[in-house]
Design a protein around this ligand. Structure first.
Ligand SMILES: [Zn+2]
Ligand SMILES: [Zn+2]
Length: 447
């Protein structure tokens, strides 16, 4: 759309924007007239220092040693002074844990003759689940049973909300889901609707451990302790006004201690990419650059609250959670350098496919909020074709030995392709080099 928008007098040009601003190359207008009309707003960013191709980090201009090379900075690879970091946006790009075409596939057809059982033992984001279902062949018609677990209440609640909204409202829920997941503020309508829906769920569930939500062939079974329901109750009652929300978020996102880290990253970007990066950090709203965002005037209570502030670390970025090579292919009228706009449209596409799967297949979700070490007790009657343990294998979590002890027995012995997947993010620095080979070999042979 044309970016000529004036929030103060509610003017929005409804024409298609196909003429790119030649200076920043990230905003489109329908005509020269519209570009001229909007210039008094756009010039602030278009002519800003970061939009210049000669922009340099402050530590270069000031000839200072940046914080990331001085000794004391090594202890702050990311920043959140309240130390309440929650990986609401996950840690790794999404993976399809089924990859059926490389596994259970014979003569061009899937050879799954019964249900496919998946366990996401420390799920974090839903993006792996979305990609795994979206990766199934279009003619796949077997039941899919998906157990999803995470120990962080806010993640459990958020994942449940997303699944519930998509299951109940289908494509109509896509935009609200994107905003609840990734934006620091919502529109009035999004905020009111989400509050109504989840207040009703809280009331109907009576905070019981077991609840079943049915949507035709799709079932969502929650196994939540009271701590998770309490977390939802607190989110719903905790109203943070927009200004407080902005300052709590800015404390993390623009902390002076982290400026050198930000500038190091921005140095790698083109001027247009820098404008979009800076725009997302300032507004915290995942929309194409130049899109109307003035009506996002209610704090997203599902990410930020008065007690914990903004719980996401300053270097966490939704762009690094999705396959960037696919994201940049998105055309949809966004500028080449507007990666956040591309991500917005990429997510819409993925959600359309995901909703199609939710509506056509028989899917049973079982959502848990257990400690990963105790999860096997809850699941002992179940067997899985894939188990994704995320980075539980890291020594700072439960470690590779416990991951194998706890989850290997849950693999489906009748499926030769049944696989346990775990990732290591910090295993190398946490284990002495001399011990690595021996530890891994010993563990793999034994378990
Ligand atoms: Zn411009
Ligand atoms: Zn226009």
């Amino acid at each position: 759309m044309c970016a000529n928008i004036n929030a103060t007098n509610n003017f929005v040009c409804k024409n298609i924007g196909d003429k790119l601003c030649k200076n920043c190359r990230v905003i489109f207008y329908c005509s020269r007239e519209c570009q001229k009309m909007h210039w008094k707003f756009h010039k602030i960013e278009c002519k800003s220092e970061i939009a210049s191709k000669d922009w340099q980090p402050d530590y270069v201009k000031e000839k200072k040693v940046p914080l990331f090379v001085s000794d004391d900075s090594r202890s702050i690879p990311f920043f959140n002074p309240l130390n309440k970091i929650e990986n609401l946006w996950g840690k790794m790009p999404e993976i399809d844990i089924i990859k059926i075409a490389f596994n259970e596939f014979e003569d061009g057809k899937s050879n799954f003759n019964g249900p496919i059982n998946l366990l996401f033992a420390a799920s974090g984001d839903l993006n792996d689940i979305i990609m795994s279902l979206n990766g199934l062949p279009l003619d796949f018609d077997q039941t899919v049973n998906i157990c999803v677990n995470d120990y962080t209440e806010r993640i459990v609640v958020r994942n449940f909300m997303i699944l519930y909204l998509l299951a109940k409202f289908g494509k109509n829920a896509i935009d609200i889901v994107i905003q609840i997941w990734y934006s620091s503020s919502l529109t009035d309508i999004q905020a009111i609707r989400s509050l109504e829906i989840f207040s009703l769920i809280l009331k109907d569930s009576q905070m019981m451990e077991e609840n079943l939500f049915e949507f035709g062939k799709l079932k969502i079974h929650t196994h939540f302790s009271s701590k998770t329901w309490m977390c939802l109750a607190e989110m719903l009652s905790n109203r943070v006004d927009l200004q407080t929300g902005i300052s709590l978020r800015n404390e993390i996102m623009f902390n002076p201690m982290r400026k050198d880290y930000r500038h190091r990253y921005m140095q790698l970007l083109t001027p247009g990419e820098r404008i979009c990066f800076d725009n997302f950090r300032h507004h915290g709203i995942l929309l194409p650059y130049g899109a109307l965002n003035a009506h996002h005037n209610v704090q997203n209570r599902f990410i930020l609250d008065r007690t914990n502030g903004w719980v996401i670390s300053d270097n966490s970025d939704p762009l690094s959670r999705w396959d960037i090579f696919s994201v940049v292919q998105i055309k949809n009228g966004t500028a080449d350098e507007d990666f956040y706009g591309k991500l917005f449209f990429y997510l819409r596409e993925q959600f359309v496919m995901f909703i199609d799967r939710l509506q056509k297949l028989s899917i049973n979700f079982d959502l848990y909020d257990e400690d990963a070490l105790k999860l096997d007790e809850k699941l002992k009657d179940k067997k899985f074709d894939r188990i994704y343990a995320n980075d539980l294998g890291d020594e700072s979590y439960i470690g590779i030995k416990s991951t194998l002890i706890k989850f290997r027995p849950l693999l489906n012995a009748n499926n030769p392709n049944a696989t346990l997947i775990t990732l290591f993010m910090n295993w190398l620095p946490s284990v002495p080099e001399s011990d690595r080979g021996e530890i891994m070999e010993g563990i793999i042979q034994k378990y």
